[in-house]
Design a protein around this ligand. Structure first.
Ligand code: DC
Length: 217
């Protein structure tokens, strides 16, 4: 069984995918974390997001692998577990720049399909329903307004003791959507057979229950 969840940044895909996969006993595959690992390598090497050649060179040297430890996905970059460094905003923005490069997408595509061929999965990303798993049994396109997504991110950062600016967060979210939706290769879009869920006014549990109720028997 393959469940694909796509949608823009901050729509709640990973939170929901974790709940759904736990409820069903499936593996949760966070494909964004794979792109983030390559973005992280680029940041560590001071690569500019506009320098395609440098991103390509870095990507060639980035060997991304995945292990499941206590059912939690851990991402390894050249043999080192980098999972705990991947959630920062800067890494997400660099991941979006890295994700336009065909060679990067191809190398990660093999990894993503291999995991799905060996396990029951809930996989989230931008192109899972359209490119990675076109034969997924259930495809969800999860979205929410940019205002709601910015507010959620704002609350999350405040909780961590940071003092974020909600307008800057929303601007970053809109820019990342633009990049992800307009790139030539595997852009973010709703697959024709995906079910649209707008989570703007839904709770996390409502969204998770809705997805579970849609699983074909
Ligand atoms: O879901 P996320 O925020 O962790 O993803 C980070 C970036 O990685 C996202 O802005 C675009 C890219 N990405 C992608 O192009 N394709 C995917 N399947 C997942 C993520």
């Amino acid at each position: 069984m393959k469940i694909a969840i796509d949608g823009p940044a901050g729509a709640g895909k990973s939170t929901i995918a974790k709940i759904v996969s736990k409820t069903l006993g499936y593996i949760y595959v966070d494909t964004g974390a794979m792109f983030r690992a390559i973005g992280y390598q680029c940041i560590n090497n001071n690569v500019s997001p506009d320098d395609i050649k440098a991103i390509e060179d870095n990507a060639k040297q980035a060997d991304v692998t995945i292990k499941y430890i206590n059912d939690i996905q851990r991402v390894f970059l050249n043999g080192i577990d980098v999972t705990d460094h991947l959630r920062e905003e800067a890494v997400g923005n660099m991941a979006s720049a890295v994700a336009v490069i065909p060679a990067v997408r191809e190398s990660l595509l093999d990894l993503q399909r291999k995991i799905a061929s060996e396990n029951n999965v809930v996989m989230d990303g931008r192109d899972i329903g359209t490119c990675v798993l076109p034969d997924a049994e259930l495809k969800i396109y999860l979205t929410a307004s940019s205002k709601v997504r910015a507010k959620r991110r704002f609350d999350e950062l405040k909780e961590k003791g940071e003092s974020p600016d909600i307008d800057v967060i929303e601007k970053d979210i809109i820019e990342r959507d633009r990049k992800d939706m307009t790139r030539d290769i595997a852009p973010l879009k709703q697959a024709e057979d995906a079910i649209l869920i707008d989570s703007s006014y839904m709770t996390i549990d409502e969204v998770a229950d809705k997805i579970i109720s849609l699983i074909p028997s």
